[in-house]
Design a protein around this ligand. Structure first.
Ligand code: GAR
Length: 191
């Protein structure tokens, strides 16, 4: 059983999808902690509902960046975390944690990296850029996290067709469905 820490800032649908696959007995892992910068997020609500321990770390609660980093590191060590899954986490992971957990931090990105990735490409902004570019194909990427945004080694990708009538919103919906299938598969393979 691998101890998994999930980081999620918002809706948390990828977090929920991984959790459901674990509950169904498909992934030999346990979500040992849900970490968020957003105390109002659906991911925090969901974690509480399922008795998954939570940690909220943000600038309001912990203005000192060193204290934030220490708290995060301590939590991961204390929980004996084997794998970190970034699931719609919109903050940068401190370098010290990236180094300590090399090849043990996964991220899901809602496009085919290296296209439409990097600083500023997150959430709906990614889909807006895809639609604006006129690309006929988009997709999902799961990759290891390194020092740069959306840059680490790619583990899995899945393409989807961009339909002529797609908007950023409808594309996001299509991409999310693929994310909910692909991410648990990669987490399972890792475990
Ligand atoms: C997902 O589409 C995820 O790929 C994206 O944010 C969304 C979060 O949805 N992540 C990024 O853009 C990271 N660069 P969720 O909170 O419902 O899982």
């Amino acid at each position: 059983m691998k101890n998994i820490a999930v980081f999620s800032s918002g809706g948390g649908s990828n977090f929920k999808s991984i959790h459901r696959h674990i509950q169904a007995g498909e992934i030999p892992g346990l979500i040992i902690i849900l970490i968020s910068n957003n105390s109002d997020s659906d991911s925090i609500k969901y974690a509480k509902e399922y008795n998954i321990p939570t940690l909220i770390i943000n600038k309001i609660r912990y203005p000192n960046p060193v204290a934030r980093e220490e708290l995060l590191t301590e939590a991961l060590i204390k929980k004996n975390v084997d794998l970190i899954c970034l699931a719609g986490y919109m903050k940068l992971i401190p370098q010290s944690i990236v180094h300590k957990y090399q090849n043990r931090i996964l991220n899901i990105h809602p496009a085919l990296l290296p296209q439409f990735g990097g600083k500023g490409f997150y959430g709906i902004k990614v889909h807006e850029a895809v639609i604006q570019s006129g690309a006929e194909v988009s997709g999902v990427t799961v990759h290891f996290v390194d020092e740069d945004y959306d840059h680490g080694k790619i583990i899995a990708q899945k393409k989807i067709k961009v339909r002529p009538e797609d908007t950023a919103i409808t594309l996001a919906e299509q991409v999310l469905k693929v994310e909910h299938d692909l991410y648990p598969k990669v987490v399972k393979a890792f475990c």
